[in-house]
Design a protein around this ligand. Sequence first.
Ligand SMILES: [Zn+2]
Length: 240
Amino acid sequence: MTAGPEAYPNRRIPMNQKRRRNSAKRSSRPPVRFGGVRTPDGYVFELTGGHPCLDLANTVDDRRTSSPRELLASPEDLVDWGRQTGVITTRDSARLVERALRHHAEAERALARVRAVREIIFAVFSAIARGTRPTAGSLSALGREVARALSARELVYRDGGLAWIWPADNSLGLERIVWPVLASAADLLSSDNLPRVRECAGEGCGWLFLDRSKNGTRRWCDMTVCGNRAKMQRYRSRRA
Ligand SMILES: [Zn+2]
């Protein structure tokens, strides 16, 4: 089960990626994890985590292998990810790309910061998914990052009430993409859903997801990728 449209209002999967998924289903070869697809319009991420902070953790492919693949390879990739998860609007994403092109060093620094935050999120949630205690270092680092992100919010009067909003000031640069993600991590950590955080059972995968299945037995980040790969391996070992 993947995240519903309500989780990612701006999410789009182009037809070529859908076709690729379907052909992976029919193929007799085990599908190769692709984690998304590069298109002329940018990178299209595979969002199967069911939660923004888990999808950020999943921007490293084949994470638990000797050759993990970085999916946030450039500031533009980060902007694409932010737009596709709905963390930023399409209009903001265009402005952020413009700014990243003009302020290259600043954009690279922000990308490095986001990757560092991602690794902290992965450290904490993968430990939880495995039923182990996150390290004190990873917890305090996450606490610091969450506090920093939340301090960026603004309290405004809107529609007759008060609301916390994220500043839409694009001069804040790419790092603003990670603030709502950190807030989502804080929400998840204190929610009833925490025991439903899982790590994909696929060998070497390491992707995290929120298991929303009725009986809590989802095992794969994506049935058509890691699920099929495991099915092929079982089939081969039966024939051997
Ligand atoms: Zn997987």
